[in-house]
Design a protein around this ligand. Structure first.
Ligand SMILES: [Zn+2]
Ligand SMILES: [Zn+2]
Ligand SMILES: [Zn+2]
Length: 362
């Protein structure tokens, strides 16, 4: 994400000794004269006018203020001696910088009510126009509401016994099926009837619509329409890209000035197209033939322009009579089917579910 610099706003600090709001550039309290302590934080100002002057830029460029190692007073980064006590600043530490102090308020700040006399004062005033008392910070945006606490979940009745029972029943059923499908019995059966069914689905060349980026459209496709759509989001601006930026926010520079920045991305659009290609699709029409003889034959196909035969399907069925019981068997190929001449006798092994597990000529 690219950081875009918009300008500066002068921050504020509140004197811990007397509660007076002071402009960022002042290093000692305008009311009581106490030096701004190292621990006192800068706040976003109530009234926020964007400053883009070269002068402010130079102040920020010099770096964070230096804290005097002897008296704690803030001094310009360029100073060598403390403005308050005259001490040598070589061993002084720079103020911390880089913290985000808030979003840039573009709407006019509400007036501040004097805590001493109740008079209404413009947001940028630090002292009451009526009584001269120190004005605190105006109403601050309320912090995010805490999510509602979730009700304690009640202890659920134990599922252990129920699960155990279900597992037991399931394993019993599986066991029974396995037993019934493996253990079988042998009988002799005679072929009573045979039958076959041949189906050929008819496929048709049909236009099918797809969507994709213009450079992904197949060469044989017909492009129906294209719209511009965001394809990439990148960090750095390029020709033709659309800049999308977040809310401007203020960063403490340690100088009393806040740097107003905005995080931006660049959206690159491209042609997103709907196109049509011809593809073979099942038409719903079929050619089929059915018989109850030993000589199956495929249906004759009459294909129109743009039609073709799909994957053909063959089905065979043999009906046998074994111990006055009807047994159905489906041969897997024409070759196998041809062996089941009506009246022929077969040794059939069936499982307890009635399924044929093996079949062989007697
Ligand atoms: Zn003060
Ligand atoms: Zn000093
Ligand atoms: Zn007042």
């Amino acid at each position: 994400m690219a950081k875009k610099q918009l300008g500066y706003v002068e921050l504020e600090w509140i004197c811990p000794s007397c509660g007076t709001r002071n402009a960022g550039r002042t290093r000692v309290c305008s009311n009581c004269g106490a030096a701004m302590p190292k621990e006192a934080k800068f706040h976003a100002p109530t009234s926020q006018e964007l400053d883009t002057s070269a002068e402010t830029e130079a102040i920020v460029a010099a770096g964070p203020d230096i804290v005097c190692p002897f008296c704690g007073t803030r001094n310009r980064a360029t100073a060598t001696e403390c403005s308050q006590c005259g001490g040598d600043l070589t061993g002084g530490k720079p103020r911390e910088a880089g913290e985000v102090v808030g979003a840039l308020q573009t709407e006019p700040a509400p007036p501040i009510i004097c805590p001493h006399c109740g008079a209404s004062n413009p947001a940028d005033r630090t002292k009451c126009a009526q009584c001269g008392g120190a004005l605190g910070r105006g109403p601050q945006p309320s912090p995010e509401p805490e999510p509602a606490p979730r009700p304690e979940s009640r202890a659920k009745p134990s599922l252990g016994l129920g699960c155990l029972l279900i597992a037991l029943v399931v394993s019993l059923i599986i066991g029974a099926i396995l037993f019934m499908s493996t253990v079988g019995s042998e009988t002799i059966g005679t072929v009573q009837a045979v039958g076959w069914h041949y189906v050929i689905p008819i496929e048709q060349l049909q236009p099918v619509q797809y969507e994709g980026w213009h450079d992904e459209v197949p060469a044989n496709a017909e492009v129906l329409r294209c719209v511009q759509r965001v394809r990439h989001r990148i960090d750095e601006p390029v020709a033709g890209a659309i800049e999308v930026c977040g809310t401007p926010y203020i960063v403490d520079t340690g100088t009393g000035q806040g740097q107003v920045v905005q995080d931006c991305m660049y959206e690159v659009s491209d042609d997103w197209c709907r196109f049509s290609v011809y593809e073979w699709r099942v038409s719903g029409m079929v050619a089929e033939a059915t018989g109850s003889d030993m000589y199956p034959s495929w249906p004759t196909l009459s294909l129109a322009q743009g039609q073709r035969a799909g994957a053909a399907n063959e089905e065979y069925l043999v009906l046998l009579l074994a111990d006055d019981r009807e047994v159905r068997y489906s041969p897997h190929s024409l070759e196998e089917y041809r062996r089941f001449t009506p009246g022929s006798a077969w040794v059939i092994t069936t499982n307890r579910l009635g399924g044929v597990t093996s079949i062989a000529p007697r």
